[in-house]
Design a protein around this ligand. Structure first.
Ligand SMILES: Cc1cc2nc3c(=O)[nH]c(=O)nc-3n(C[C@H](O)[C@H](O)[C@H](O)COP(=O)(O)O)c2cc1C
Length: 176
């Protein structure tokens, strides 16, 4: 097997095994001043970093068309999605497509495009950008938070799911 084939296999296996780590799903948005248009990507790399100061992180692939805007814009919003929002998650995962319909967002007081529905939203100021291989790690300082609603959207094993309390799962199994 050629080295490149082995590397591809290793990459696929790494991605598959990383899929055993269940995450939430977010959409990160910012305003592209140059294009005078919103940008947004689906991202499962979101995580908490620090409570004091309040910091969160996510990472963007360098190949993403909106990577430049998302790593230089002073302000951005991270929307944690609920289980009703799989269509939106899929739409914002398609690179280079027109992701926003005209009525899909409003601009907040900082000009950031924000979505109407979410489980929660973190309004962030860019704190730092770190190198991370083929990704850039973006650290955001949380300036304000909004609570939405719904069941959590979970990404696991390459597919969408939601969180079921273990007691309920046990009941379901007993009933099956
Ligand atoms: C569930 C899921 C999670 C994803 N997580 C990330 C992520 O954390 N970082 C990232 O750069 N891309 C992630 N992607 C892929 C991006 O959403 C996709 O490459 C993005 O739409 C690129 O947009 P753009 O090229 O138009 O900027 C994820 C896709 C899916 C379906």
């Amino acid at each position: 097997m050629e080295a490149t084939q082995q590397q591809q296999l290793a990459k696929r296996e790494l991605r598959d095994v990383l899929g055993t780590f269940a995450t939430g799903v977010t959409i990160v948005t910012a305003w592209d001043e140059g294009a005078n248009a919103p940008v947004g990507v689906t991202a499962s790399s979101f995580n908490s970093v620090s409570l004091d100061p309040p910091l969160v992180l996510w990472s963007v692939g360098k190949q993403a068309l909106s990577a430049d805007v998302l790593t230089t814009n002073e302000r951005f919003a991270i929307h944690v999605l609920n289980a009703e929002q799989t269509d939106l998650a899929n739409r914002f995962a398609k690179s280079g497509t027109d992701k926003f319909g005209p009525t899909d967002y409003a601009r907040d007081t900082n000009g950031v495009p924000v979505l109407p529905d979410f489980a929660s939203r973190f309004d962030c100021q860019l704190e730092a950008v770190h190198k991370g291989g083929d990704h850039l790690i973006i650290v955001g300082r949380v300036m304000s938070i909004e609570r939405g609603g719904g069941e959590p959207l979970v990404f696991h094993d390459g597919g969408f799911a939601t969180a079921v309390p273990l007691e309920l799962l046990a009941e379901l199994k007993r009933g099956a």
